[in-house]
Design a protein around this ligand. Structure first.
Ligand code: ZN
Length: 153
């Protein structure tokens, strides 16, 4: 069995890059069935004036474009924060095999909180979910980002 290799450090690097762009620091990585990174993206909602430009959506789009397919069977998605309901639905539509996420998001999350998208009977594809990977580092990034915004006003 291959050694478990976390891609959360790369997702965190994408989140940090997003913070430097003034975006809420969330980063996502898609890996193919061989475990190779095929997409790494950060949040770009402000830059693109696009409320759907979450890290997960951008990473799924990039991976699908690279593969030339609307689905990503056998692919895994790594993201620093619990996905929102929109991203959870996109993960399901893309047939992502495993979801690894960092910090919980009781306010906006849609996996373990709120809409709990994968728990619905209408959800036809449920990735395996692994939470809490690099959660303290993910949470710290978000806390620092919002604390800095408060002091700047
Ligand atoms: Zn989202």
């Amino acid at each position: 069995m291959p050694r478990f290799l976390s891609h959360m450090p790369l997702a965190l690097a994408q989140a940090r890059a997003a913070a430097l762009r003034g975006e809420v620091p969330v980063g996502a990585v898609v890996t193919d069935p061989q475990g190779r990174v095929v997409a790494a993206e950060g949040n770009r909602t402000r830059e693109r004036s696009d409320p759907t430009a979450h890290a997960e959506i951008l990473a799924i789009r990039a991976a699908c474009a690279a593969l030339g397919s609307e689905r990503l069977p056998g692919h895994d998605l790594w993201v620093t924060l619990e996905p929102c309901p929109m991203c959870a639905a996109a993960l399901s539509a893309a047939r992502i095999a495993r979801l690894y996420y960092g910090a919980d998001d009781p306010r906006m999350g849609g996996v373990a909180h709120g809409a709990r998208v994968f728990a619905h009977p209408q959800c036809h594809h449920r990735p395996q979910v692994y939470d809490g990977l690099s959660a303290p580092a993910s949470r710290r990034l978000l806390q620092e980002f919002f604390a800095a915004r408060r002091t700047v006003g």
